[in-house]
Design a protein around this ligand. Structure first.
Ligand code: PEP
Length: 257
């Protein structure tokens, strides 16, 4: 982390795990343990149906709210889809884009990610853009090239002013939900490489200010070490964000001096 230049963001990704009625007890439990004064911004990205309850109860616990997905289209005949301005109308601040599960199970490509980034930015949502390599790609030694391509494609035609609204989450696919975490050094190395890509595209000032999270089995035990790395500015957290005590402990780790 480097709090002098950029915001630390701890974001939970609930995936398809919490019901609307689970939100209030979760929010109350987190509020009871986490101190109000925090160095980091805390976010929960929740399923669409949970968002009204999340906006009511999580905000009382000083937690911002994000969605887990959005449509690339602004409106129209897309049955079952949710547009960016619908999320904004509700009061949602962030949206996860390009999570590896969306890429793997729903056919999302780097191009889809770029379209969704533009849809989010145009409506005023802050994208959390996920990038990361598979185990095979890591073993082939192509992690940096791959992540560079993912970042460059996601940010195609994004202006220097717009890019300030973007958070990048480096999530090695082999570490998501597996209990295998990248070592702090491995995670920092790729986050640093992403910052170098941003520097090449937008200059040093933007690169210094962009929040780059690590995600992949971050938990209450490894968060401190990961967040101590200079280029890791927060976490995107799946499993551990479902348990108030674990999520609170990660927020505590981000509050380190
Ligand atoms: C994620 O889904 O973005 C994630 C990092 O999950 P987990 O923390 O469970 O590995």
């Amino acid at each position: 982390m480097n709090r002098k230049y950029r915001k630390t963001i701890i974001a939970g990704n609930w995936k398809m795990n919490m019901k609307p009625s689970d939100v209030k007890p979760f929010a109350e439990a987190v509020k009871a343990i986490v101190p109000r004064a925090k160095w980091c911004e805390t976010v929960i990205c929740a399923p669409y149906v949970d968002l009204p309850a999340a906006l009511k109860y999580l905000r009382e616990a000083h937690i911002s709210v994000g969605a887990e997905n959005l449509s690339e289209h602004p409106k129209g005949a897309y049955t079952g889809e949710v547009a960016a301005d619908m999320l904004v109308d509700l009061g949602v601040k962030y949206v996860i884009i390009g999570h590896s599960e969306r890429r793997q199970y729903f056919g999302e490509t780097d191009i889809t990610v770029n379209k969704k980034v533009h849809a989010a930015l145009e409506a005023g949502l802050q994208p959390i853009v996920c990038v990361g390599e598979s185990l095979e790609q890591r073993e082939l030694g192509v992690t940096e090239e791959l992540v560079t391509l993912q970042v460059k494609t996601a940010l195609a035609d994004v202006s220097p002013k717009q890019v300030r609204k973007i958070v990048i989450a480096y999530e090695p696919i082999w570490a998501i939900g597996t209990g295998k975490t990248a070592t702090a050094e491995q995670a920092n190395e790729v986050c640093r490489a992403i910052r170098t890509v941003i520097r090449g595209l937008y200059g040093a000032r933007v690169a210094r200010a962009i929040t780059i999270q690590y995600g992949g089995s971050m938990n209450e035990k490894n968060a401190y070490e990961l967040l101590s790395q200079p280029d890791i500015d927060g976490g995107l957290i799946g499993g551990a964000s479902l348990v108030p005590e674990k999520f609170a402990a990660i927020i505590e780790a981000a509050n380190q001096e």
